[in-house]
Each structure stands twice: as structure tokens, then as C-alpha cells.
Design a protein around this ligand. Structure first.
Ligand code: MG
Ligand code: MG
Length: 269
């Protein structure tokens, strides 16, 4: 059942989501060749704790770390480790916090040093597809409208849209109803209402949509070992319109990136 949130609950959800945003912003300048994902995980873990919250992924289903760190051909759910990042890598960082009784859950794929143009384009299109999905978060539309917007935007570039992993409702627990696939039919699925909270998260592959689940129970890679990108925002609907609970602005401030991509999805809290 979909748990619709009151404005008071949304305010608290936003605090948790914004702590994830700040954590990703704190990490952004640290992400460079030679740094290990284990080091970044420790930074994030301590930062979240210092801000009066808990890392929501740590211990979730037995996951051993604060962050999911998925480089290059890893789609999601990678473990932080001692392998240094290399120039030209990409690293998808998914972060969760538990604060005020609510979960924040969002993700960004970072470039490490100098990244090849075709990979840069994959990141750009994947992030743009996330906003195409968010545009569909309008009262009266359906989950399938979000799914279709993401799928059609990515498939016209020839990218593979992962089928086995999907976005989700988010709230007092990490995974609530409904599921939000990155593929689907317009006008299908649950109706979107004010107060719904969704973690929308396109996972898009440079090559095949097919993925491989590893024996460690977590790591997912592309079947052809080509790159995969992952961007995730927490989104709600207020007064019928999409509103972002999370933000990439802390990342952009840290990296000197100018963007107005979030402008249309603000609410005067
Ligand atoms: Mg996530
Ligand atoms: Mg998620």
C-alpha cells in the first residue's frame, strides 16, 4: 500500500534526503585517481554519524557498508574496497541516511579524472532521463508515465535500460510501495497523488540491458562489462506538482558545475 505523507512528514523526509545530498557533496572533491572506495565510505559513514543520523544501508539486508560503490561496469550494490580509483573510471555512489525516523536514498555517478566522451554522454543522458521521469510526477498521472519517460529517453540513444532493478517508494523504511521501473507503458500502474514519495533511479547501460548478479549476493554488473550509470533522486508531489526532496546542488557547488536542472522542482519550505 502506498503511504502518502503529510507536509510535516515531507519536511522531515527532506531533511534526511538533504543529508544524503550533503554527504555526496562532501565526497565530490575527494573523488580522484588513487583514492579507494573504502576511504570514501569511511568519510561518508563518519559524516552521517556526525550529523545525528545513521547510514541507512549499513546492516540493511546484511550490507556491510555505508555506501554502495559501483565503478564502471558495476550497475549497483558494489562494496567499497581497497582498489584505488583510476583516471577515466566512473563511480556510482548510492547513499542512504536514516534521520527523524525517515530514510533518504539517492545516488550520483561521478567521473574520476578524464573520462571518455562516450561515457560522459552516458552519464549526461542518464541524469537527463531522471529529470524526464521527475517531470511526470504530477497528480493524476501514473507510475508508468515515469517509467516510459525514462525508457524512451535512454533507448533512443541505444542504451540498455536495466529491467531487474527498479526505483521505489521511500519513507519510514527504504523500500515502500510502489515499485518504479525504468521501463513501462504510459498510463499504466498506480495513480500518483500528493504526498507520494518516490526514489526514482534510472540504471542505464552503455551496451546491453542484461546484467549479472554475482555470488556475493550484492554486486551487479553489466553482462557485456560495458559501463553503467545510476542517478537517483527522492521526489514528492505537492499541490499536484513534482518537488525534489534531494538535491545535487552540493555536488555542483563542490565541483564548480552550473546547472538549473532542479529549478522547476522546488517548493518554498
Ligand atoms: Mg539508492
Ligand atoms: Mg533507491
Amino acid at each position: 500500500m502506498i503511504q502518502l505523507k503529510t507536509l510535516e512528514e515531507l519536511y522531515l523526509m527532506r531533511e534526511s534526503a538533504q543529508l544524503v545530498s550533503k554527504t555526496l557533496g562532501m565526497l565530490a572533491p575527494e573523488i580522484k585517481p588513487g583514492v579507494t572506495t573504502k576511504y570514501l565510505d569511511k568519510l561518508a559513514h563518519d559524516y552521517i554519524k556526525d550529523h545525528g543520523a545513521e547510514p541507512a544501508f549499513l546492516g540493511y539486508g546484511g550490507f556491510p557498508n555505508a555506501l554502495c560503490m559501483s565503478p564502471n561496469d558495476q550497475v549497483v550494490h558494489g562494496f567499497p574496497n581497497d582498489t584505488p580509483l583510476e583516471d577515466g573510471d566512473i563511480i556510482s555512489i548510492d547513499c542512504g541516511t536514516y534521520k527523524n525516523g525517515f530514510v533518504g536514498d539517492h545516488a550520483y555517478t561521478f567521473e574520476v579524472g578524464d573520462v571518455a566522451p562516450e561515457i560522459k554522454k552516458l552519464l549526461k543522458i542518464t541524469k537527463e532521463s531522471l529529470y524526464k521521469g521527475i517531470e511526470q510526477c504530477v497528480r493524476g498521472k501514473r507510475v508508468g508515465d515515469i517509467s516510459h519517460a525514462i525508457q524512451s529517453y535512454c533507448e533512443k540513444e541505444g542504451y540498455g535500460v536495466v529491467r531487474e532493478l527498479v526505483g521505489h517508494g521511500v519513507g519510514r523504511v527504504m523500500h515502500e510501495d510502489p515499485q518504479v521501473p525504468n521501463y513501462g507503458r504510459q498510463g499504466s500502474g498506480k495513480v500518483l497523488k500528493d504526498g507520494i514519495c518516490l526514489a526514482i533511479e534510472p540504471m542505464i547501460n552503455l551496451g546491453t540491458e542484461k546484467v549479472k548478479f554475482h555470488n556475493d549476493g550484492w554486486t551487479v554488473t553489466t553482462l557485456d562489462n560495458k559501463a553503467s550509470a545510476h542517478f537517483e533522486h527522492d521526489v514528492t508531489i505537492i499541490n499536484g506538482k513534482p518537488v525534489l526532496l534531494s538535491t545535487y546542488q552540493y555536488i555542483y557547488d563542490a565541483l564548480g558545475i552550473k546547472s538549473n536542472e532542479e529549478e522547476a522542482f522546488q517548493y518554498n519550505w
